[in-house]
Design a protein around this ligand. Structure first.
Ligand code: AR6
Length: 166
């Protein structure tokens, strides 16, 4: 079975146990993939997010998926890139690790990630892809309960980077 998969497209369309949202610390929505997820999930997602008291950078929180095909949304907050000396790489690694830990804790087997921090937050795409892939691969070695991880790229540059690295 193929544990890690790469697809290009809109993460809100995926029928997996959980899609990951590249959110901000308020968890109250925004642009990019966050906006797309909130639009597709519907108002109830925002209502549940309002109960969560936000989320720290590098950490993750879970909600239901509401009108999405995915059963759950794991909201994580990527670091904004400020030159690389502000713990950005460790924080991005934390996003992937903490999202996977939450999936495992909730007995979820299939999870899809967007390219966290590589849009509005301007994390260099090549570095971000290398961190995402290394973190997921190392997690899967110790966590066979996670059956499938899908990397969902939206732009061609990320797709090409992931294809080369995987
Ligand atoms: N499906 C999959 N990937 C997408 C989609 C989609 N529908 N839409 C965009 N992407 P960004 P960030 C890709 O900016 O950099 C928000 O306002 C996009 O091409 O969504 O972590 C939040 O509220 C890019 O590769 O997230 C925060 O304030 C990737 O998703 C802030 O932006 C991430 O881009 C977070 O910034």
């Amino acid at each position: 079975m193929k544990t890690i998969e790469l697809i290009q497209g809109d993460i809100t369309q995926l029928n997996v146990d959980a899609i990951v949202n590249a959110a901000n610390t308020s968890l109250l929505g925004g642009g990019g993939v966050d906006g797309a997820i909130h639009r597709a999930a519907g108002r109830e997602l925002l209502d549940e997010c309002k109960q969560l008291n936000g989320c720290r950078t590098g950490e993750a929180k879970i909600t239901k998926g509401y009108s999405l095909p995915a059963r759950y949304v794991i909201h994580t907050v990527g670091p904004a890139w400020h030159g690389g000396n502000n713990n950005e790489e460790m924080l991005l690694e934390g996003c992937y690790k903490n999202s996977l830990l939450l999936a495992s804790k909730h007995q979820l087997k299939t999870i899809a990630f967007p390219n966290i921090s590589t849009g509005v937050y301007r994390f260099p795409k090549e570095k971000a892809a290398a961190i995402a892939i290394a973190t997921v691969k190392s997690f899967l070695l110790d966590h066979p309960e996670i059956e499938q991880v899908v990397f969902v790229t939206f732009d061609q540059e990320n797709f090409d980077l992931y294809q080369a690295l995987l």
